[in-house]
Design a protein around this ligand. Sequence first.
Ligand code: PEP
Ligand code: MN
Length: 341
Amino acid sequence: MDIIVLNHDATEKDVENIVQKLEKWGLNAHISQGTERTIIGVIGDTSKVSEDEENAIRVTQGVENVLRILKPYKLASREFRKENTVITVRDQIVGGRKIPVMAGPCAVENASVLLDNAEKVKASGASFLRGGAFKPRTSPYSFQGLGEEGLQYLAEAREKTGLPIITELMDIRDLDIIMQYTDIIQIGARNMQNFRLLLEVGAVDKPVLLKRGLSSTIKEWLMSAEYIMSRGNQNVMLCERGIRTFETATRNTLDLSAVPLLKELSHLPVVVDPSHGVGKWNLVGPMAKAALAAGADALIIEVHPNPAEAMSDGEQSLKPDHFDTLMKELKPIAHIMRREM
Ligand code: PEP
Ligand code: MN
């Protein structure tokens, strides 16, 4: 809250009342009396004014509008940190010149299929192996993931291929076990505003990939990143994975405008998930290319050796040979963007 615009019929008493409120919070008022209306500039550290206090001012007699210049998120903001955040995960880097691709199945299904998948995506140039062991499914009757067994298979695949792994944490109760295995903790779209969970991963020493909520604004998303960072963990990646719109022809609407906007607003690396963004395997490639052109720092893509038999998200999973072709097609786009793949 930095500027308070008063309405035409605000009285001197209204102004005095507002100034008193501000002074109570240790702030001062700069009153500018225009011909049309009065504007109060708020002087001091306005970052300490909570959203509730700001809303209280908003509904105070005589106030027409309250404008905030400082963003409600601080640690995540570009103002706070000018340089891009670069996150090192084992021997891989996210947010640097090279664009890493995280690839693998939606869900870990069994050890041999996962290993085969991991070897293939690695040969195509992937830098991380993805795979869910705890799956957030819409139906309680759908495959829920293998749990710890799935984490073990991921760790085995890492051992054999050298690919660091990323897997989803759905519940605070699974944090310890996930911490024993994973290299990056994925917070899924459905948990983007599970604030207690965010605070927990904010207190651990592992990078977090924070997916955008199904109907979350960019501001809400950055506030969720702020929750994690406020507890000390600064290694947060933002992952655009599509939002709910009126459109039903695709699973979600992949908001690629979020990518350049986030790069302006925040120093955090931006990852794009075209698989969940579109929900159809044949649209994944074009949107992956568009994501790089929009300035994405990394991609996360679902790959399955036999999508028709996949236990989840088969319709949006690329076969390994399609993934291989896509990786080759992405290279020149990365170059145009002065990046490497
Ligand atoms: C996933 O990555 O498989 C997943 C469940 O993603 P989201 O949370 O974006 O739906
Ligand atoms: Mn999935």
